[in-house]
Every structure is written in structure tokens, then in C-alpha cells.
Design a protein around this ligand. Structure first.
Ligand code: GAL
Ligand code: CA
Length: 348
């Protein structure tokens, strides 16, 4: 064997050893040693990184109650096949509960089979499996948020802003020309948010005209590119940018900054999530508003279910919205609230 090969084999062996040691041997049900395996679709997603940081904290808090906690995290980099392998790896490493943010929310069967064969419960989060898949096993849970509500709230924010700032209708034709930046095609939050924000504007009798839309997969850089294309098509006609999340709204703002638009020529930008960067942009007045996607509430619920599922205690006290699913409410963020929220987060 060449030196290179021996070294490579050594590295693989050490990685396996590390994995095996991470959670130790498989724990019997009813244990106070929680080893959570977290698998998520893409590490470039701002909201999810912040949600997982929060999950780490909530799980760690259970140490005060006498639990031992470990968390292993895997990034699928956008591949469902990679994620299936990672779930197997996490189970082999001794994880006794899984938190899975599916890459393809319509394709969880392999993961469910693996988990059921090893009797490891799964808490799906943020990317919701379809109802039939949730029925495949009674140790499957889901934690997320009610997408419809976020679209309605974004619409209400837009209505309030348009009514209070008549200058939004820059060409004074009585209509608001708008574009939408959408998340991934097929994602429950993208479809439902877009539908509901538009319907809310219409039901409040705001005359709107859709100029264009771009799919930017929740991503700031992709949104900047899509926005640059839309600006080159419609120039200063765009009066409102509705983004399915904050990162894409920030990407749209980046595009206008790149083109040196003056403030009076800018459209209104609205996001969803209330990420740190989103809240900062609301405070600076760049983002007209956002809707808070309660990642702390979601992380807290996930940690609670994880501990109950592994320890066998307390599941009956958890309030589910429907069978084994929890949907945390959204709320609208004003500038004053954004300031308070960031101040609170910065406190040690
Ligand atoms: C949404 C969130 C987006 C993105 C997406 C990933 O709920 O608003 O920013 O994180 O989930 O599935
Ligand atoms: Ca107009």
C-alpha cells in the first residue's frame, strides 16, 4: 500500500472511531443520555443555521435537569441521497433521536425505514413531510410554523405601509407594481407564502400589478442576481419587492445598492424570518418590515420532544397542534421590536 493510501485509510478509520465515540453505544429506551443526530438540507441557509444554534442551547439546558446531551450535525449540501447516508451514519454512531430537515420533503421513506428498523424516533423540522408519510410510523414528529400565517402577515405589513406612504406608488397610476422573490419550487413555505401575501393585498383592495418573479432558493446571492435581471427588464417601474424570506429581500437590496439607486427611487422591500441580518436591516430602515419565524420556539419544542422521546417521560404533557405536529405562530416585527429583540439576543 502506498503511503498516501495508508494515510487515507487511517483518516477514514479515525473518522469512524470519532463517530462511534461521539454517542457511545446505543442507549436503551428510557435513558437520560440524549444523543441527537441533526441532519439538514444545506449549510448555506442562514435561518436554519440560526435555528440549529438555538437547538444546541435548548438541548444543552437539559443538562441542568440531570440529562447528558450530545448533538451531531450533518449538512446534506442539497442532496437527498447524501442525507439518507448521513442518517444511517448518525444511527450507527449511537444517536437515539434524529432531527431531520429533509432535502426533498416528498422523499422521506428511506430515512423513515432506517429509523424504524433501529427504533430511533425522528423529529422532522422546517420542511414538512406530506401527511401520509407522517402516518408511516408513530414515532415521527414535525415542528415548523404555519406558512399561511406568514404570507398573510407579510401582506398586512405591505397594506399598512402602502396606505401610510402614498409615495410607494411612484408613477401614481393607482396600482402597486410588484415582483416576488420565491424560495425553492415545491417548498411549502414558498408556495403558501406567495399565494397568501398576494391574496391579502387583493382582499384589502390594494390594486396590484405583478411585473415578474424569480426563484432564488432562499439565497441572498441568487436573489441579487434575479433582482438585477428584473431591474434590467423593468427599470424603475418596480414599487414593491415581496421576498419569501429575509435573505432574499437582502439580496434584492444588494442589487439596488450595486446599481447606486437613490433612496427615493427604491421600492419597498419585505421579508420573512427575522434573522439577525434581517432585524438589523429593519432597524436601519432598509427592509420595510419582516415577519418573525420563531426559531427559538421551534428549537425549544424540538428539544422538548427529543428529551421526552428518549427518556420516555413527559410526552403526554406536550401540546401538539395535530397528531405529533407542532406549528409555532409567526408575528410581525416593527422597528422598535427589532431593536429590543437584538438587544435581548446580545445579552449574555
Ligand atoms: C423557511 C425559511 C427560509 C429557509 C427555508 C428552508 O421556513 O423562511 O429562510 O430557511 O425555510 O427550508
Ligand atoms: Ca404604480
Amino acid at each position: 500500500m502506498s503511503v498516501k493510501r495508508i494515510t487515507a485509510a487511517g483518516v477514514v478509520f479515525c473518522m469512524c472511531l470519532q463517530l462511534l465515540c461521539a454517542c457511545g453505544e446505543k442507549q436503551a429506551e428510557g435513558t437520560d443520555k440524549i444523543c441527537a443526530g441533526v441532519a439538514y438540507y444545506n449549510q448555506s441557509d442562514t435561518f436554519l443555521n440560526q435555528l440549529i444554534d438555538s437547538l444546541k442551547e435548548y438541548l444543552h439546558d437539559y443538562e441542568k435537569e440531570g440529562y447528558e446531551t450530545t448533538m451531531l450535525i450533518r449538512d446534506a449540501a442539497g442532496s437527498q441521497r447524501t442525507q439518507n447516508d448521513q442518517v444511517k451514519e448518525l444511527i450507527d454512531a449511537g444517536c437515539n433521536v434524529l432531527c431531520v430537515n429533509l432535502v426533498d420533503r416528498s422523499d422521506p421513506s428511506e430515512i423513515i425505514d432506517l429509523a424504524r428498523d433501529n427504533d430511533v424516533p425522528i423529529i422532522f423540522f422546517n420542511r414538512e413531510p406530506v401527511a401520509e408519510d407522517m402516518l408511516q410510523w408513530d414515532r415521527l414528529y414535525y415542528v415548523g410554523a404555519a406558512a399561511e400565517q406568514s404570507g398573510i402577515m407579510q401582506g398586512e405589513l405591505a397594506v399598512e405601509l402602502i396606505r401610510s406612504r402614498p409615495q410607494t406608488d411612484r408613477n401614481r397610476d393607482g396600482k402597486i407594481q410588484y415582483v416576488v422573490l420565491e424560495g425553492e419550487a415545491g417548498h411549502q413555505d414558498a408556495i403558501i407564502r406567495t399565494e397568501n401575501v398576494v391574496n391579502t393585498l387583493k382582499s384589502n383592495e390594494i390594486e396590484i400589478e405583478k411585473l415578474s418573479y424569480g426563484i432564488a432558493n432562499w439565497n441572498r446571492a441568487q436573489a441579487e442576481n434575479r433582482m438585477l435581471q428584473m431591474i434590467s427588464q423593468h427599470q424603475s417601474k418596480i414599487e414593491l419587492v415581496l421576498a419569501n424570506n429575509d435573505d432574499m429581500a437582502l439580496g434584492a437590496i444588494d442589487a439596488y445598492e450595486k446599481l447606486n439607486y437613490t433612496e427615493s427611487a427604491l421600492p419597498l422591500f419585505l421579508g420573512i424570518d427575522g434573522t439577525r441580518e434581517g432585524l438589523e436591516a429593519v432597524i436601519e430602515g432598509k427592509l420595510a418590515g419582516t415577519v418573525y419565524n420563531d426559531k427559538e420556539g421551534q428549537a425549544e419544542a424540538m428539544a422538548k420532544i427529543a428529551v421526552a422521546a428518549v427518556s420516555g417521560e413527559g410526552m403526554e404533557k406536550i401540546e401538539f397542534d395535530k397528531d405529533r405536529c407542532i406549528y409555532l405562530p409567526y408575528f410581525k416585527v416593527t422597528k422598535e421590536m427589532a431593536e429590543d429583540m437584538l438587544r435581548e439576543k446580545d445579552q449574555p
